[in-house]
Design a protein around this ligand. Sequence first.
Ligand code: DX5
Ligand code: ZN
Length: 217
Amino acid sequence: PHEIKIAPSVLACDFAHIADEIKKVEAAGADWIHLDVMDGHFVPNITFGPPVVSSLRKITTLPFDVHLMLTDPLMYAKAFALAGADSITFHIESVGDPHAAIEYIRSLGVRVGISIKPHTPAEALLPYLKELDLVLVMTVEPGFGGQRFMSDMLPKIEMLRSGITRQRLITNLQVDGGIDEHTAYLVKKSGADVLVAGSAIFSREDYKTAIVSLKNA
Ligand code: DX5
Ligand code: ZN
């Protein structure tokens, strides 16, 4: 029923060749580029910051879907917006006042998303659905690519899909972590419409086949 979008996560690609890898997934039919930003504090891993995003902005026209895994997302959101983010997603666990955070990020001229970690219930997001462009259900503990999909997240996806439908919203329902051809089928059935995938794309020989199989799973 929903048009499925695939957002390759560059976390899984060779960081010495990020630009080439983005061009390759763009040619292979990627819809968005998912950029995982980690501060070594909110999650036990460190990736990249605004300068890398602004350099990459010059080599593709695909939307940049920036996933902030930061203890203080509001301190850095503006720098990512200026660097060329099209959407900025922060974790609900990292802000005191989600309404204010949404308003602030929207004032930067980007689409706004909120993400929940596996231990955070879907109910935490329900009050904000109508203010958001995107909700992101983490299907692994954030921090690293290549982890195993947590199938007990499926009811959360279903609950958020019902909320979106009930309120007649067009909010994207995104999933991130352990998405492959098998789990893509499950999350789509539960109502997800944007699939983030790292390993299931970048560890394959043929990116086009990988993206098409996720879309059609
Ligand atoms: C994990 C990141 C994910 C990660 C997904 O914290 O948010 O985007 O790259 O990687 P895979 O698809 O390999 O699980
Ligand atoms: Zn992510």
